[in-house]
Design a protein around this ligand. Structure first.
Ligand SMILES: Nc1ncnc2c1ncn2[C@@H]1O[C@H](COP(=O)(O)OP(=O)(O)O)[C@@H](O)[C@H]1O
Ligand SMILES: [Mg+2]
Length: 250
């Protein structure tokens, strides 16, 4: 497996001006990401998981460190070209004006690719949206429908790396599972790397061979998923797992 993304000592400054704490939301984030990989990012709220993914997608600029896509620094690349390869799907899906169909066609329109209608239909069916009227205004979709359309819109762009931010959190368990399986198949068939934030630890175990645990202002643990769940290497990791398990079982 070749390295596709190299992150070195990445940091993002915190908005909070509290002298006692570190000036960084996260700091010293270093990792080598290969192609294909399926990584889950976990950690309690406010640890900077979303900001890290947004930074990797060049929607935020790092305050320190570097990111190299296939060996070339983000500094040498145009943000648009970067985002075509590394695509971020936010937790709150944003629909563009127009119909569902217009939304699905956005990527090909923006990037001048041919629109793959058959693939769009196939992915909609896999996401349990086969009954959806594509002429419907996108703004009228439910939150869960918007979320899945936003994901499929990004898949049609065929990025090398997908960064997904709690995209199954607003879905019922059956469609959440369908999306999870769609992604697992896509990861294998297209060979893409997926990095996703999720709070569902069973989902982490089912999908990812690698887990990133964000805590203490950094990527505190970058481990094989089985190893992390068997025995976190840090006190924070242990505490996080114990806390979540007790939350689920009580
Ligand atoms: N530069 C920054 N960018 C984004 N959020 C910041 C920044 N500095 C401080 N914050 C704060 O830190 C938190 C960032 O959280 P976020 O990246 O959304 O974490 P998570 O996804 O782990 O909950 C928010 O509460 C936000 O107000
Ligand atoms: Mg978040």
């Amino acid at each position: 497996m070749a390295a596709i993304l190299d992150i070195a000592q990445l940091a993002k400054k915190s908005w909070k001006k509290d002298n006692k704490q570190s000036p960084y939301l996260f700091d010293e984030v270093t990792a080598v990401i290969k192609q294909p990989e399926f990584i889950s990012v976990i950690g309690s709220s406010g640890q900077g998981k979303s900001t890290l993914l947004r930074t990797l997608a060049m929607l935020e600029t790092p305050d320190k460190g570097d990111m190299l896509f296939k060996g070339t620094s983000y500094r040498m690349k145009d943000a648009r070209a970067w985002r075509k390869q590394i695509c971020y799907v936010p937790q709150q899906a944003v629909m563009l004006n127009g119909s569902v169909e217009d939304n699905l066609r956005t990527a090909s329109r923006l990037h001048g690719n041919t629109y793959d209608d058959q693939l769009a239909s196939h992915l909609l069916a896999e996401a349990m949206l086969d009954g959806l009227d594509r002429n419907k205004k996108a703004s009228e979709l439910s939150g869960g429908e918007k979320q899945r359309v936003a994901l499929i819109r990004s898949l049609l762009l065929r990025p090398s790396i997908l960064l997904l931010d709690e995209i199954t959190a607003s879905l019922d368990s059956i469609s959440g599972r369908a999306v999870e399986q769609l992604l697992q198949r896509w990861h294998v068939s297209e060979g893409v790397t997926i990095i996703w934030v999720t709070h569902d630890l069973e989902q982490v175990r089912r999908t990812s061979s690698r887990t990133w645990f964000m805590s203490e202002g950094t990527l505190l643990e970058d481990r094989g998923t089985l190893d992390f769940f068997r025995q976190p290497a840090t006190e924070s990791g242990n505490h996080f797992l114990r806390y979540l398990v007790s939350e689920v079982t009580t």
